[in-house]
Ligand binder design. Structure first.
Ligand code: DAH
Length: 340
């Protein structure tokens, strides 16, 4: 029995040295000192011994228990320290390590084009306004001098919601809204989405964007219109850009014009972007028709104005040489990434 007791001590020493967790030390304690442990077994079998021997073994057993217990305690303290240090080491933050570069998105090319365009006009003193996408037939057509038989009112071009409401086919109704709510002199710019019942193809989309402009004041002339748009073209496409005003027709302007810019790609020599002509059509414009001013209750003897409407997708397609309008709406990352 003495031998057994000593071997318990020996075992305790060896096993504790290898114990690498607090759970381990507890297992060792149960195995040696627990209710069914080795020491308890020995104590239990002491009944068969003589009194003298029992006393001796009992004393030794107590000593062994005491020693095993203090060894257990010591190892537990050691392990706690070891585990704590390991944890601290694992949690060390190296402040000299380079940071992670966050993945940031980029502005959509249409948003970027609208921002570029509005910035140019806002720097000229235009005020940014917005109008509703769901519009009344009155604002979209009647107030803009598009009579009841105007072809653009046709069901085949316009998304009607009810008899009197529609998805605006142009940003021009913002002109009517502005004239009804503001007094001249006024100078507004209004970007936004417009809708037409076009079947999508490389150059058509049922949803697209326009930027509308309107100036009304005393003594505003066609020369102001030409100067403003020529300056816009220079800032948008480069200082050498030339502009050409071609007579056209819009119901809400008289006279009306379409504006071409000299091709910013080839400088006017003729290339793929300008289809060989050296010129690119970018917008519609004109002097605000007196009938439109009258809807806003504006004195047409005193005030005149000019207006223009620019197709955003068209500008973006030319500027970034995108040959299919649908690319703008598919949100393919491979396409969008190129505008970083
Ligand atoms: N609203 C016209 C369109 O969608 C564009 C336009 C032309 C706007 C001439 C104007 C303008 O303000 O004066 O085709």
């Amino acid at each position: 029995m003495q031998k057994q007791l000593r071997s318990i001590l020996e075992e305790a020493r060896n096993q504790l040295q290898n114990a690498d967790s607090l759970e381990n030390t507890e297992e060792i304690r149960v195995k040696l000192l627990g209710k069914k442990g080795q020491l308890t077994e020995i104590l239990r079998s002491m009944g068969s011994l003589g009194a003298e021997e029992r006393k001796e073994i009992g004393k030794l057993a107590n000593e062994v228990r005491g020693q095993v217990e203090s060894m257990l305690e010591e190892r537990k303290v050691q392990l706690k320290e070891i585990l704590r240090n390991a944890k601290l080491r694992a949690e060390v933050i190296d402040v000299t390590e380079p940071g992670k570069i966050p993945v940031t998105g980029v502005k959509h090319p249409i948003t970027k084009t609208i921002d570029d365009m509005t910035k140019i006009f806002m720097n000229m003193g235009f005020e940014l306004t917005e109008g509703p996408e769901v519009e009344t037939v009155f604002m979209n057509f009647d107030a803009l001098n598009a009579g009841p038989n105007h072809p653009s009112r046709d069901m085949t071009d316009t998304f009607y919601i009810t008899e009197n409401t529609l998805l605006r086919t142009q940003t021009s109704p913002v002109q009517a809204r502005t004239l009804l709510t503001k007094e001249p002199p006024l100078k507004i710019i209004s970007p936004g989405r417009v809708f037409r019942t076009d079947t999508p193809d490389a150059t058509h989309s049922p949803v697209f964007h326009q930027v509308e402009g309107l100036i009304v004041g005393e003594g505003v002339t066609m020369a102001d219109l030409k100067g403003t748009l020529a300056e816009f073209a220079k800032q948008m496409f480069g200082a050498d850009t030339k502009t050409k005003f071609r007579p056209h027709h819009f119901p809400f302007t008289e006279p009306s014009a379409e504006v071409d810019v000299s091709c910013f790609k080839c400088g006017g020599k003729g290339c793929r972007v300008c289809k060989g002509s050296g010129w690119i059509e970018i917008l519609g414009c004109g002097m605000v028709h007196p009938n439109v001013l009258k809807v806003g209750g504006i004195d047409t003897e005193k005030y005149t104005g000019f207006a223009f409407g620019i197709g955003v997708e068209r500008i973006a397609m030319l500027k970034y040489e995108v040959d299919d309008i649908r690319l703008f709406y598919e949100n393919d990352e491979r396409f969008l990434k190129q505008f970083r």
